[in-house]
Design a protein around this ligand. Structure first.
Ligand code: GH3
Ligand code: MG
Ligand code: MG
Ligand code: MG
Length: 302
């Protein structure tokens, strides 16, 4: 893919003085997607909504200053990985060390040299792209290509917090392939692996909303995280997962469940509360999954 076809990198410029933002904007507007904020609070909001690849952050601002913005970003798992470069009139070594100690990746003094700023931004955007790629690889399951358990464990507390803020309900679905030990015994482990890939793809394709997440939880179990979804929504999704997998009609002579591969789903939904325990959602879903198995498999219970 040529450079021109790559999506533009996202840059957030934060400064309480619009004239300073303008100076930086001129440097980057042509090749980057540029967002702007004129206060610390606004900067945090844009970070959460737009997930920029890099933030150029003024230190001195009325109200919440740049250092506090950086501290809050570090404390928030959803913002922690966004690199920050401080841009400030303070050029003493002490100010610079303080900024770096807060977790900033670099430090630029005002008045700045445009060529130097461009070069540093380019370097940090390259590093960010590389670490995004590594993170992505670390979060994908090698067999099925869907997200892995590690990613689920990272996202669950993040989505839980997000639903506290939005007031929405959060749903978790646990999906388990029925009689999969028999499948391996009957068709062999390589065929078993193929089957898991097909099931994983189908489950992932069944989730429709951009915020929905499907992960391989381990073995022949998958987990879905559905933000802003209540129990009725969870039931609808869980039932469509069951029926979409059955519709694949993958032969399973030993299943005794229509001679095809099927899944059972257990689901739970609740309104997250501050201090609440996200893992409770998982254990409720697990109980429902157990009940679905007891009730005869190839079904969803929420
Ligand atoms: P149930 O309907 O009660 O869920 O029965 P089950 O046989 O699916 O459940 P059980 O937990 O007894 O067996 C799960 C099987 O999944 C056993 C294991 O060999 C198989 N399995 C787990 N991971 C993989 C994998 O990566 N590839 C293959 N081929 N099989 C796997
Ligand atoms: Mg300022
Ligand atoms: Mg299982
Ligand atoms: Mg199973």
């Amino acid at each position: 893919m040529s450079q021109a076809n790559l999506p533009k990198r996202r840059l957030l410029l934060v400064d309480d003085q619009p004239i300073n933002i303008q100076a930086l904007h001129q440097l980057f507007a042509a090749d980057h997607q540029v967002f702007m904020a004129t206060s610390g609070a606004q900067a945090l909001k844009v970070c959460a909504e737009m997930q920029p690849d890099l933030v150029l952050l003024d230190v001195q601002m009325p109200g919440m200053d740049g250092h506090e913005v950086c501290r809050r970003m570090q404390a928030d798992p959803a913002l922690r990985d966004i690199p920050v470069i401080f841009v400030t009139a303070h050029s003493e070594a002490e100010a610079e060390t303080q900024g770096l100690a807060l977790g900033a990746v670099d430090f630029i003094s005002k008045p700045f040299n445009p060529a130097v700023v461009r070069a540093r931004v380019k370097t940090h955007l390259t590093l960010k792209a590389q670490s995004d790629l590594l993170r992505q690889l670390a979060y994908l399951d090698g067999l099925t290509g869907v997200y892995n358990r590690r990613h689920f464990d990272t996202q669950l507390p993040i989505e839980y917090q997000r639903c506290i803020r939005s007031g929405g309900s959060l749903a978790v679905l646990l999906v388990d392939v029925d009689h999969f030990k028999r499948y391996n015994d009957c068709y062999g482990h390589l065929a078993g692996d193929d089957c898991l890939r097909r099931v994983a793809q189908t489950l992932a394709q069944t989730l429709r909303r951009p915020g929905d997440l499907m992960c391989r939880y381990g073995g022949e179990e998958f987990v879905c995280l559905l933000p802003d979804t209540d129990l009725a929504g969870a039931v609808t999704v869980a039932e469509s997962l069951v029926s979409r997998v059955s519709a694949l009609a993958l032969p399973h002579a030993q299943s005794e469940l229509g001679q095809i591969v099927s899944v059972s789903v257990g689901g739970a939904a609740s309104h997250p509360v501050p201090g609440g325990e996200p893992a409770l959602l998982l254990s409720s879903a697990d109980q429902q999954l157990y009940a679905a198995k007891q009730a005869g498999r190839a079904r969803a219970l929420c």
